[in-house]
Ligand binder design. Sequence first.
Ligand code: GLP
Length: 241
Amino acid sequence: MKIIKVANYEAMSIEGADHILTQLIKKRLNVLGLATGGTPEGLYQILREKINEKALSLNYLHTVNLDEYIGLPADSPASYHYYMQDIFFKHIPIPKENTHLPNGYVDDVVEECTRYEELIESLGGVDLQLLGIGQNGHIGFNEPGSPFNGRTRIVDLAPSTIEANARYFSSKNDVPRQAITMGIKTIMKSRQILLLASGKEKAEAVKALIEGDQSEDIPATALQGHPHLTVIADEAALSGV
Ligand code: GLP
């Protein structure tokens, strides 16, 4: 695990964007795994500017997102489809059909999970997966207790995750109770992982990721076994280490 300590959120976003940009320039990424949440927003803003500044062509690139709520249509402002479009995809020259997210607004969600897992395989797997981390150590929507060998599946959100994500909805009651997420095994198969963390709310989860014993109770500890994991975290997120 390579740990890059930076001063604050802005420095984390710059460092993270640079990490991805360098590899995009060298055309080392064919499939880029993406994450949502507050943590990567700054990275997306910087990366989209750099991509345009350098006039990179991204026709060949596919993106696969980690997760999506069940029951929200793509045009709902709280959906991850909307988030990705709004913050990143509409600003960069990538064909829309190359941007993939699990669809939580279908009749057969189980079938959708299988489709998504197979899609990732058919694209040749993920070259670099971007991750945030939940306060309880979740990655994607793999909540505590998620099996380390899990694939893309339906999950129940933990009460603390519903609480933390309520800021994107009009009320806590509007937060969906379930989501589709890549499993921990799906994530671990990525050839590289880049995890970002900022703020003291993440300090406990980051400490467990770096120093804790591996346990399905703290899903991020699975990442300790990954051969190419880079963590970019600010001083507050690393304050427990
Ligand atoms: C959300 C997402 C995760 C994200 C995490 C942290 O529930 N499903 O992919 O990493 O929680 O979110 P934030 O970056 O807003 O703290």
